[in-house]
Design a binder for this molecule. Structure first.
Ligand code: NAD
Ligand code: TDX
Length: 332
């Protein structure tokens, strides 16, 4: 697998994965990215031009996809509309990019016999009760709640159908909530960090008791590379780092790390259909492929992420005002 196409490689996790490929393999990487509001060229700056090239294009356009797939050994598909709140405002780009985009890529890898890895989310399984030991496994039933998670669930189903019906050489992964550098300020952790850096207050949806299972984006990248190179074809692997915290705990941790009182936040309008709890059982990935996360300490990873946002204000500042204006319109 020398020639790898990474879709969405200018986004948060995709860019992290491209850095990981450059550091840990000798692959030549072609990033296919539409450069939506969520993308940043800066996240790819400094990578060797001989190893990484950026092609601006749409995964849902066969003409953009076809020549790149034809000249590749593998496709790793990160490109997506990724934010639940946006999917509640306007689901249409989610259906187009996440469903039609995946379909377009699958048809291209089928035509050219190219290896395919599909990056998905734990949200396809719906949510779990609070205060319960149950976690998602590869056998959990699909029960998505939002237009975003439904579009991701549909894309997973397309991949499995292309494996079974057409013999496409694919693997899938479903990962929990990521944090780390280059995450857009619309997402929970960067939003709260930048609110505080701006002299404002974090905004908690509802009571803040919803639980997410946090993993550093670089651990997501190492898991995807392991599955791409050693995973069994047709299989799904859940990716997680045992990082369950409720949102209130995370906000209090951010406030403490930034030297602010622990109650210096606002409760705001809850998200419609807000999933209660996500939790991943990643035993299959750990046992079968001997993977383990490098970031065991969430608080240390969060502290490093806060430092990163403090040092990269020029990067996040342009998106902050428009993002907050959208939240203000929703009462959040
Ligand atoms: P992101 O929104 O930060 O980045 C998405 C990237 O895809 C952007 O660079 C954007 O320009 C690109 N893109 C969007 N539409 C496109 C199109 N039609 N054609 C080509 N490129 C397009 O997303 P992210 O948080 O980095 O998520 C990446 C993937 O990982 C997604 O598939 C998401 O579902 C999955 N995932 C994310 C998380 C998380 O916590 N963020 C967790 C599990 C899985
Ligand atoms: O301002 C906020 N206040 C708040 O309380 C925001 C933006 C979010 N929240 C809550 C909602 C969630 O319970 O924080 C939690 C995390 O929210 P998001 O960052 O929007 O993530 P989530 O909806 O859990 O989805 C994320 O993880 C799974 C990614 O955005 C998805 O792409 C991924 O599939």
């Amino acid at each position: 697998m020398r020639r790898i196409v990474v879709t969405g490689g200018a986004g948060f996790i995709g860019a992290n994965f491209v850095h990981h490929l450059v550091q840990h393999t000798d692959a030549e990487v072609t990033v296919l990215d539409k450069l939506t509001y969520a993308a940043s060229r800066e996240a790819l700056a400094g990578l060797p031009e001989s190893r990484v090239r950026l092609v601006v294009g749409d995964v849902a356009e066969a003409d953009d996809v076809e020549p790149l797939v034809a000249a590749s050994d593998a496709v790793v598909h990160f490109a997506a509309e990724s934010h639940n709140d946006n999917s509640l405002d306007d689901p249409s780009p989610f259906v187009r990019t996440n469903l039609v985009g995946t379909f377009t890529l699958l048809e291209a890898v089928r035509r050219h016999g190219v290896r395919y890895h599909h990056v998905s989310t734990d949200e396809v399984y719906g949510d779990l009760p609070l205060g319960d030991p149950a976690r998602f496994t590869e056998e959990s039933p699909y029960l998505p709640s939002s237009p975003y998670s439904a579009s991701k669930a549909g894309s997973d189903h397309l991949v499995r159908a292309w494996v079974r019906s057409f013999g496409v050489a694919a693997t899938l992964s479903n990962c929990s909530n990521n944090y780390g550098p280059w995450q857009h300020v619309e997402k929970f952790i960067p939003r709260q960090i930048t609110n505080v850096l701006d002299g404002g207050r974090p905004r908690l949806y509802g009571a803040g008791l919803n639980v997410r299972d946090w993993i550093h984006a670089s651990d997501h990248s190492s898991a995807v590379l392991r599955i791409l190179t050693e995973g069994r074809l047709g299989e799904t692997y859940l990716i997680g780092a045992d990082g369950e915290r409720n949102n209130l705990e995370v906000v209090r941790m951010i406030l403490a790390l930034l030297g602010r009182p622990e109650d210096d936040f606002d409760h705001v309008t809850d998200r419609a259909g807000h999933d209660l709890r996500y939790a991943i059982d990643s035993t299959k990935l750990r046992k079968e492929l001997s993977w383990s996360p490098a970031y065991g300490d969430f608080e240390a990873g969060l502290a490093a992420t806060i430092d990163w946002y403090r040092d990269h204000e020029a990067w996040w500042r342009p998106a902050k005002a428009t993002t907050e204006a959208a939240y203000a319109r929703r009462g959040q």
